[in-house]
Write a protein that binds this ligand. Structure first.
Ligand SMILES: *Cc1c(COP(=O)(O)O)cnc(C)c1O
Length: 483
């Protein structure tokens, strides 16, 4: 179907009654439109709804006194408006876009991309019957949880593992299992809100556990935890601060110190790691963050983290811990409501297998590959895009390859920057805000960063095979705007 970029409902002058009478009726519009070749195969109901919506919006406009011209209400001029609306309504609501933000784990843009092998397994799980809850060895009913437990334990050194819907569910489930009606000690500096409405105090309240805050916002000492322990204490909890950091005069109790206190007082220790990474990323220029393996080794009784942050897998909440604790969590009826689905399991298993060889993991897991990508490769990518935009006249849009700063994102590694390269677009005939709107309206929207009066597309989050179509779309936007 062809469509005119930005074909909107036309507006200007006329008496409201006159204008309302001029609007062609639904049947006339439908008759005209259903005869068009472009409409072949489009469900009639969808066409009808679009026509009705466009006409209703026109009437509202007229009644509100917005300027509408009589001559714009002809069927001929309305047809492109209908077609545009039909095209928009036919596009899937959830669809692919180009992430030019440079934020690798972008929660609003779907967090981690999955490696091909994971997509293949997910396709298999959807198209075929599987042994999801069928034990092939015994022929008896099996447990979906056993499918990735061994892998997780082997990779992390944990005694037992359980995977649920997401990390928020993992935290809720563990707190509900271990601490309902009892007390959980947390440092004031860790009572954080993670983007997307995960707040430690609120999750705690939902679990029925009682929060005992210790320390000050910036400093918490081991004695603060020790003094807070009572008969009612069920758990000592450490929460990763994720997208937030306290700097300056600070003191955090380390996981090791917390474990020592927990052992002494015979109280389990939990860490919500948030992102949960299996690989030390400091060799890619990032600050050292404790890995999941290190958290397990330091003796925490239970650890939780997300599947789709630094791990680079599908959305999931991973619980690792002592067998006795994980078994109790598994038996919690709430687990049934938070359980992981077969697609996630299939994808997660594939991603975990990649971690059996660290180099393979870094090469094949997009989240890690994007973190590891050398600046030289990003420079080349930026140049390729710039070359493809050469045909844009300088008086329409300036194009420059520039140094940028990308981010890991996803509440992982706060304030940690990755040097990057980008393409800067300097639109001359429209505002950068207008450009941003046009880029968002594309069939494959392009999401960048507005910096000063330019649109920046960071190459760290753009794939090589997206460059050609990205350039085509950009040219199309500027061409359409020129007419
Ligand atoms: C991201 C995060 C969560 C929530 O995880 P989801 O997988 O998004 O549910 C919880 N705790 C911390 C510390 C986090 O960083």
């Amino acid at each position: 179907m062809t469509r005119k970029q930005g074909a909107n409902i036309p507006v200007s002058g006329g008496s409201p009654q006159e204008l309302l009478r001029t609007i062609p009726n639904v049947d006339r519009c439908l008759h005209a439109i259903l005869n068009l070749d472009e409409i072949a195969g489009v469900p009639v109901l969808l066409v009808k709804n679009c026509v009705r919506d466009v006409l209703a919006e026109l009437r509202t406009k007229i009644l509100q006194g917005d300027p509408v011209a009589v001559e714009d209400l002809t069927l001929e001029l309305l047809l492109p408006v209908f077609l545009e609306r039909i095209h928009t309504e036919q596009r899937p609501r959830l669809r692919a876009l180009i992430n030019g933000t440079g934020v690798i784990i972008h929660t609003n843009l779907g967090r981690s991309l999955l490696p091909d092998c994971a997509m293949e397994r997910i396709g298999m799980a959807g198209a075929r019957y599987t042994n999801l809850e069928f034990d092939l060895a015994s022929g008896l009913r099996g447990s979906r949880y056993s499918l990735v437990e061994k892998l997780l334990c082997e990779l992390t050194g944990a005694e037992a593992a359980l995977v649920v819907n997401n990390n928020a569910a993992a935290v809720l489930l563990v707190l509900e299992t271990l601490a309902k009606g009892r007390e959980v000690v947390v440092s004031r500096g860790q009572l954080v809100e993670i983007g997307g409405s995960f707040r430690v105090p609120e999750v705690m309240a939902r679990s029925g556990a009682m929060l005992v805050e210790v320390g000050a916002t910036n400093r918490t000492h081991p004695r603060d935890y020790e003094n807070a322990v009572t008969e009612q204490t069920a758990l000592l909890l450490k929460v990763h601060c994720s997208n937030f950091r306290i700097i300056g005069f600070t003191r955090e109790v380390t996981l090791e110190e917390l474990v020592r206190i927990g052992r002494q007082k015979e109280i389990p220790v939990m860490e919500d790691l948030g992102s949960g990474c299996f690989i030390d990323l400091s060799r890619f220029g990032l600050e050292k963050e404790p890995t999941v393996q290190e958290a397990v080794a330091s003796g925490a009784d239970v650890i939780t983290f997300s599947g789709d942050k630094l791990l680079g897998g599908p959305q999931a909440g991973i619980i690792l811990g002592r067998r006795e604790i994980v078994e109790r969590v598994k038996k919690n009826p709430l687990n049934r409501a938070l359980r992981i689905d077969k697609f996630t399991l299939a994808g997660l298993e594939a991603v975990l297998r990649l971690y059996q060889d660290e180099q393979t993991a870094v090469a094949k897991i997009p989240t890690l590959a994007m973190i590891a990508a050398p600046v030289e490769a990003l420079q080349r990518r930026a140049k390729r895009l710039a070359v493809r935009l050469k045909s844009l006249p300088a008086e329409v849009c300036g194009v420059r390859v520039v140094q940028t700063v990308a981010r890991v994102g996803g509440g992982a590694m706060p304030e940690q920057n990755l040097p990057s390269r980008g393409v800067m677009l300097l639109p001359r005939r429209m505002s950068v805000n207008r450009l941003e709107i046009l880029l968002r309206a594309l069939d494959v929207p392009i999401i960048g960063r507005i910096e000063d009066d330019s649109m920046l597309l960071d190459m760290r989050t753009v794939a090589d095979d997206e460059i050609a179509s990205l350039a085509d779309s950009l040219r199309q936007v500027f061409d359409a705007a020129a007419h």
